[in-house]
Design a protein around this ligand. Structure first.
Ligand SMILES: Nc1nc2c(ncn2[C@@H]2O[C@H](COP(=O)(O)OP(=O)(O)OP(=O)(O)O)[C@@H](O)[C@H]2O)c(=O)[nH]1
Length: 382
């Protein structure tokens, strides 16, 4: 007789608490290597009325902002973190962004949202980001982190994998491998450019628990990616628990420094990822190329072709993205994408997406030679 009564009282208290405490907002981490198709997937999600009530956190690095101009956010609230790569600044940037979203929500400001989608940079190591979102894994700093831990929960990790250009990153960039290992869902992209089938066995062996989707498949439903759940590291490949434990150790140590990435090559390009990012992403740097006004169409096309044809000895080119306007159409900028050395079709816009009307490109690569690149780009202004 006593136990049922006690149980009932405990349940009463629990339900009273849950009535006063709003349910934690699910956070979906969207990851995948440079150019894998994260922003494309995010734009698809944001264009779907079922997910219009999403807030978005975008991480960009480099001296010039490009990424958030490529997101077609619609009514979604977009927060940009830009002090470094998310995996190196998770404690400050991501938790800070979530706290700010929560504060606005509490004050009734901003657009109401039912979930948060965080798009990481393509080089992000998912371990610190996931660790930062699982309460108790990384140290909490003050009220902010306790609020974030209570009000948000990591729901799913979604990784995009590029069937066309994925081989190089998977072989040479450990981040790519790790992004797949942490994922609940892996979206195979660019199935229109290269078949997805040959990748399935390899990816399933890497992460047997992940659900595989093909972004071009007629039955691909975005709702499957964004379903309510709680991230469970225990269901992932064994290494995942080890990487999370290492993050916790590294951050709890008094001289906490980010764990280095697999490469320790020196940074040579101009805008190397600042501060701690440099040690995690050793050797990979971002270079920003900016023209205040529109550029010459022919000269710019030559510039891109030369970049695409650049021999391996001139550095490892991983990604080029940006917004460029031509002199003959200064109010209709075009979105430029290159994934590794492959130029993607440019997408013209009806107008500038923000007040920043500079033609600007971000070039990401390893051991890029800055001077020749800048000189080549300067020609586009003449
Ligand atoms: N043909 C084709 N192109 C795609 C597909 N998905 C993405 N792309 C193109 O690939 C390029 C890179 O796509 P993004 O969505 O910007 O890739 P991302 O992962 O956000 O890239 P980062 O910002 O560098 O991390 C763009 O030109 C896209 O249009 C796809 O399924 N098929």
């Amino acid at each position: 007789m006593i136990w049922p009564l006690r149980k009932a009282r405990t349940q009463d208290r629990a339900s009273a608490e849950s009535a006063s405490e709003p349910a934690a907002i699910p956070v979906f981490l969207l990851t995948g290597f440079l150019g894998a198709g994260k922003t494309t997937l995010l734009n698809r999600i944001l264009a779907d009325p079922r997910f219009a009530d999403s807030a978005v956190v975008i991480n960009e690095f480099g001296a010039v902002s490009v990424d958030h101009d490529l997101v077609r956010a619609g009514p979604a609230q977009v927060t940009v973190t830009s002090s470094g790569c998310l995996c190196c600044t998770v404690s400050s940037d991501l938790r800070g962004a979530l706290f700010a979203l929560q504060e606005e929500r509490a004050k009734g400001l901003g657009t109401a949202f039912a979930r948060v989608i965080v798009e990481t940079t393509g080089l992000a190591d998912p371990a610190p980001v996931v660790a930062g979102l699982i309460p108790g894994t990384l140290p909490a700093f003050g009220l902010r982190d306790h609020v974030v831990a209570r009000r948000f929960r990591l729901a799913r990790v979604i990784a995009a994998f590029d069937c066309e250009h994925g081989a190089g990153p998977l072989e040479h960039h450990f981040e790519c491998w790790k992004q797949l290992a942490f994922a609940d869902d892996i979206v195979l992209t660019k199935g229109d450019r290269a078949p997805a089938a040959p990748w399935k066995a390899e990816i399933a062996a890497l992460n047997p628990s992940a659900r595989l989707h093909e972004s071009m498949a007629p039955d691909f439903d975005l709702a499957a990616l964004l379903e309510a759940s709680s991230y469970d590291a225990a269901t992932k490949p064994e290494d995942v628990a080890g990487w999370l434990a290492l993050e916790a150790l590294a951050q709890k140590a008094p001289s906490a420094a980010p764990l280095p990435g697999p490469s320790s090559a020196p940074i040579t390009a101009a805008v190397a990822m600042a501060g701690p990012s440099a040690s995690r992403h050793g050797g990979i740097a971002t270079l920003s190329l900016i023209q205040d006004g529109p550029v010459d169409r022919t000269a710019f096309s030559t510039f891109l072709q030369m970049l695409a044809a650049a021999p391996r000895g001139s550095g490892e080119l991983l990604r080029v993205k940006g917004l460029v306007a031509y002199r003959d159409a200064p109010d209709r900028p075009e979105i430029i994408h290159m994934v590794q050395h492959a130029l993607c079709p440019a997408r013209p816009l009806d107008g500038w997406p923000s007040d920043d009307r500079r033609s600007r490109l971000v070039v990401i690569g390893r051991d890029l030679r800055e001077e020749p690149l800048r000189k080549l780009f300067d020609v586009t202004r003449r």
